[in-house]
Write a protein of this length. Structure first.
Length: 226
């Protein structure tokens, strides 16, 4: 299958997908407490409408989660920004693992900010669509894998940072084992009715310091492939 780059008109957008709409979203993020200008600039410039169905394009730059099929969603822009900001707060990691590619939007945001991104998705059709988007956008520093995200990507570890885009009761040990001793992990943890975004930072001695970043709502972290 041939993958054709998006035409400039598709990247630029018009009407509800125009630069004006993206600027409004960027302003909303800043007003809502996002402080990292690098993150805001990436979200301002990345065509979020490219990561959702055309029927939802008019809502692409609303600060809300949207369905992408298969019971999954593209996360609220504020949540994407907050997780990315928290990942970068103590320095730019060289190698990031994402668990749960979904639409590919979070991975694309990361790829604009860090040297190398690895992303794992358990739903084959979602990964196929995300890969097409990555190619159309010319994202070259991103690798993807169809597999059980709970297993991580052991062949490519260790990772300086890990981000999970689905919530479980705990972080899988296999993923923690693939982090560098001073690595950073950002993840939602908890039940469907009560989830908290956490950040874990390795102390260099084999232990992690954990902090809570606030309440969130994510789809469940599931094992296996689908």
């Amino acid at each position: 299958m041939n993958i054709h780059p998006l035409p400039p008109s598709a990247l630029k957008g018009e009407g509800m997908t125009s630069q004006r709409a993206r600027d409004r979203l960027a302003a909303t993020l800043k007003e809502s407490g996002i402080r990292d200008a690098r993150v805001i600039d990436v979200i301002r410039n990345l065509p979020r409408h490219h990561f959702i169905d055309q029927a939802l394009h008019s809502r692409a730059y609303e600060n809300t989660a949207l369905p992408i099929g298969h019971g999954q969603t593209i996360s609220q822009p504020w949540v994407v920004a907050r997780m990315t900001e928290a990942l970068l707060e103590f320095g730019v990691p060289q190698k990031v693992l994402e668990i749960g590619t979904g639409s590919g939007y979070q991975a694309a945001v990361l790829a604009a900010l860090v040297p190398q991104v690895y992303t794992v998705e358990r739903i084959e059709e979602l990964l196929r669509q995300a890969r097409r988007r990555f190619r159309q956008l010319g994202i070259a520093n991103l690798r993807s894998r169809y597999d059980d995200g709970k297993l991580g990507w052991p062949d490519e570890g260790p990772f300086d940072a890990v981000i999970l885009t689905a919530a479980g009761d705990a972080i899988p040990h296999a993923i923690l084992d693939q982090m560098t001793p001073t690595g950073v992990l950002i993840a939602p943890v908890g039940s469907p009715s009560s989830q908290t975004l956490i950040r874990m930072r390795g102390d260099g001695q084999g232990d992690f310091v954990q902090e809570e970043l606030g309440p969130v709502s994510f789809v469940p972290l599931l094992g296996g492939i689908g």
